[in-house]
Design a protein around this ligand. Structure first.
Ligand SMILES: [Zn+2]
Length: 485
């Protein structure tokens, strides 16, 4: 009876891109998984929980967030995805393992393009498409029309990635084996929020996301996307999709979520103490013991920052409390390959005197005079630590997030013995949070400036909060797709 079991292929191209980052995401930035390394991302699939469906791994590529993907790179990755899909076609189902906020040079709504091409290659209209996404992904009307069963994380910071992927696989298995074709209700929510205002650990996101766990009868899955605010394209907004077999129930649940989200729009606030960089340094100076963290939020590489914005360094070098304070301070990290090479040329203990920053084109270069304290070269790229008094400035050859104690240990720094850590990051990742004695988020400039109304957008669809006033009488306009007429 082999051959009668439904077959589904898992494929994806995933990243998150800021329109304002001068960086471009290239092939070297992507890691491509195939075979078991794809299935590793789906523990329940691997454990055989959906054994009635054959899940077949195709190529799944991911890149660190950054600037838009070069068109030729997307085309090459797509070519490999389509070749794998065509090779085993026709398929009963496809599971897209994607982020959902990818920008590609010269192509709007990249995920809708991916979904359309994959659907065509897999067998056309009868193929069931599911998608496992980040809640910071975007769901345009076109995408909602193309993908039968989209869903996304329910936590930020994200702690339910593999649960979400397994849930998407379960939805696909249910659709392929139950004989039921569920419909979906979609609604654009006219709100754009920066990531650091949407932590699901605090209200109003906590309650909204908690409510997804117990959907009404007739609803298979309710999914809520915060969206990605730093993309200057028409689809940028929050969105909701509710999948199920009861048309009335999915429309009501979709409208409820959209309207509650809009009603709460002003209640989404920064998930920690937030202010200017100078305010954050005042907070740090007032802290007496332990390690104080300042998030340099505007150029956070894991949100799509380019990593080459040096503006914060200018302020740090001018602050004697940082350079000549009672304890060590470190700023991580500025990608500056020329700076690293200059440090390597003079060696440890040598004098460093270069202008740094802007290697991708961000218009800010800063003079940095200090002493080369340490040089590290390993598989993660070369780095140089430049000391200016008590402040150490980390230069890297690659865009590198510092999210764990081990990330710092790799460069020879014990964060727990460092008084002040200024980090290109948003909300603190759990491990850094656990070792911090205090924390402040600094609103700094960069491609992911949390003050999104400071950025110059040209292509958004209006109205969109916070750029436009949304009337309190706003009511959801829900569209239904996939209903068998
Ligand atoms: Zn995310």
């Amino acid at each position: 009876m082999s051959g009668s079991r439904p077959r589904a292929i898992i494929v994806g191209i995933g990243t998150e891109c800021s329109s304002f980052a001068p960086h471009r995401t290239a092939m070297a930035d992507f890691g491509v998984r195939v075979g078991d390394r794809v299935l590793d991302r789906f523990p329940a699939v691997q454990a055989g929980r959906f054994g009635e469906v054959d899940f077949v791994p195709g190529p799944v590529s991911r890149a660190l967030p950054g600037g838009p993907v070069l068109r030729a790179v997307y085309d090459a990755l797509l070519h490999d995805v389509l070749a794998a899909v065509r090779h085993g076609a026709p398929w009963d189902g496809v599971l897209l393992d994607i982020h959902g906020a990818m920008l590609v040079d010269g192509l709007d709504d990249a995920e809708a393009d991916l979904a359309e091409q994959v659907r065509d290659a897999a067998g056309g209209a009868d193929v069931v498409l599911a998608a496992a996404m980040d809640l910071h992904g975007q769901v345009s009307r076109d995408f909602a029309q193309l993908v039968d069963l989209p869903t996304c994380y329910r936590t930020a910071p994200h702690v339910d990635e593999s649960d979400t992927r397994d849930r998407a696989a379960g939805l696909l298995a249910r659709a392929l084996t139950s004989g039921v074709s569920p419909a979906r209700a979609w609604c654009r929510i006219p709100v754009a929020l920066p990531g650091e205002k949407t932590s699901t650990r605090v209200e109003p996101a906590a309650s909204l996301y908690r409510s997804l766990a117990n959907p009404p009868d007739g609803v298979w899955e309710a999914a809520l996307w915060v969206g990605y605010a730093w993309a200057d394209e028409p689809r940028t907004s929050a969105a909701v999709v509710v999948v199920g077999e009861d048309l009335g129930a999915i429309q009501r649940e979709c409208a409820r979520l959209a309207e509650e989200f809009v009603a709460a729009r002003d209640a989404f606030t920064f998930c920690g103490p937030t202010g200017s960089l100078s305010w954050a340094l005042d907070e740090a100076a007032a802290a007496t013991d332990g390690t104080f963290f300042v998030s340099d939020t505007g150029d956070n590489p894991t949100a799509g920052g380019s990593g080459d914005v040096a503006t914060t360094l200018d302020t740090l070098l001018a602050d004697r409390r940082v350079t000549d304070g009672a304890g060590d301070a470190i700023w991580t990290a500025l990608v500056d390959p020329d700076g690293v090479r200059a440090a390597q040329r003079v060696g440890v203990g040598g004098d460093f005197d270069e202008r740094v920053g802007g290697c991708f084109g961000w218009p800010a270069r800063v003079g940095l005079r200090g002493v080369v304290r340490r040089l590290v070269s390993d598989g993660s790229g070369d780095v140089a630590l430049i000391a200016v008094g008590r402040l150490q400035v980390l230069l890297t050859t690659r865009r590198t997030p510092f999210h764990t104690v081990a990330d710092y240990a790799r460069i020879g720094v014990d964060v727990t013995r460092t008084k002040l850590v200024i980090n290109k990051i948003g909300y603190l990742e759990p491990e850094l949070d656990a070792v911090s004695s205090g924390w402040a988020m600094a609103l700094t400039e960069g491609p992911v400036d949390q003050r999104i109304d400071h950025l110059h957008f040209e292509r958004l669809q209006h109205p969109l909060h916070p750029f436009d006033a949304i009337d309190d009488s706003w009511r959801a306009e829900v569209e239904v797709f996939g209903f068998a007429q």
